[in-house]
Write a protein that binds this ligand. Structure first.
Ligand SMILES: [Fe+2]
Length: 220
């Protein structure tokens, strides 16, 4: 193998590692800012679970489907399909609904409308069907969800619920999902790179804003 073929590959690997590190740092920053659940009021805890449910229950499969439609690399599609398959086969939206109902935090119309503006921005971004930025957003999402699960379980426990199927399943399976999405990202970047001036982090930034609204409530 000549150095001319090795060089771009090494560059891709290093670039992928750097992007993964940036995403991990963004997730860890958000997790570090989570409010202490014991110092929150019951209504604040209920609101966070409800806003999370309002976004995740109906959108996760939609967003992963958008990633599937957007990618162009044949090697990437099976990775995303496996994720979708598991979501539907194991009825993950049902797990989340049960979790929210058990914590008496099923979203009201007010909860849903509090996340509406930020959710709309994410949906419109997905509609542009840009493979690499969407897969990056989903890698950020899976990585966040996995690290958020024990906190979400604690919130529900403080609300008097012992329903933990959703949080137990996602604290474990999303570790592998996150790694698989980073593998999907490097494959898509290698075979169908974005334009030099494209904003790779557009979806990540929009999703981070939405997650902040879920966690802290709408800006007053
Ligand atoms: Fe899931």
């Amino acid at each position: 193998m000549s150095t001319t073929t090795l060089a771009p590959r090494l560059h891709d690997v290093l670039r992928g590692a750097s992007i993964q590190q940036q995403i991990t740092t963004m997730i860890d920053d958000l997790i570090a800012r989570l409010p202490n659940s014991e110092r929150m009021s019951s209504e604040e805890r209920r609101g966070m679970i409800a806003r999370y449910t309002a976004v995740l229950e109906g959108n996760f499969i939609y967003w992963m489907s958008a990633a599937y439609l957007a990618v162009k690399s044949e090697q990437v599609r099976p990775i995303l399909l496996e994720n979708l398959h598991e979501e539907i086969r194991d009825a993950h939206p049902l797990m989340l609904r049960r979790f929210a109902v058990a914590a008496k935090a099923f979203p009201t119309d007010t909860d849903a409308l509090e996340v509406d503006a930020d959710l709309t921005k994410v949906r419109l971004f997905l509609g542009k069907l840009q493979g690499v930025p969407i897969v990056l957003m989903m890698a950020f999402f899976e990585g966040f969800i996995q690290k958020f699960m024990s906190y979400l379980a604690d919130l529900a426990a403080e609300q008097g619920s012992d329903e933990r199927v959703y949080t137990d399943v996602h604290g474990v399976c999303d570790v592998e999902h996150t790694q698989e999405l980073f593998r999907a990202l490097s494959l898509e970047m290698a075979h169908h790179p974005v334009e030099a001036d494209a904003d790779l982090f557009e979806g990540v930034e929009l999703l981070r804003t939405l997650l902040q609204t879920i966690i802290f409530g709408p800006a007053k």
